[in-house]
Ligand binder design. Structure first.
Ligand code: ZN
Length: 108
């Protein structure tokens, strides 16, 4: 192996490592429920008006038919990740965490 090959291998491994960190940052944690996961992701990354994190959790959780569950959540008003939190799965506490939340999410 020459120095150039070695550099390429090191660069590839570094890129793979960074992709792993990024994926771990956005993936559900062991035992994390959908609602807790969405709270964490919407606070950290915002809502892009899709159910990207909801769908990711449903797949991660090994739901036999994640699409059907996503459709059920959408029918219950959860047409995007923040609406899954606010409308489809509102019975969860605490929301928002201390110091987070404005407007409709603010605790009075
Ligand atoms: Zn939203």
């Amino acid at each position: 192996m020459d120095a150039e090959e070695f550099d390429t291998i090191v660069a590839d491994e570094a890129a793979e490592y960074l992709r792993g960190i990024e994926a771990a940052d956005q993936g559900p944690r062991r035992g994390e429920c959908l609602r807790c996961y969405l709270d964490r992701m919407v606070i950290a990354h915002g809502c892009d008006d899709t159910t990207r994190f909801t769908r990711r959790w449903l797949t991660w959780a090994g739901m036999p038919d994640p699409k059907a569950v996503a459709e059920w959540l959408e029918a219950a008003g959860g047409y995007c990740d923040c609406e899954v939190i606010a409308t489809a799965l509102p019975e969860h506490w605490p929301w928002p965490p201390a110091g987070v939340g404005t407007g409709r999410y603010a605790q009075s």
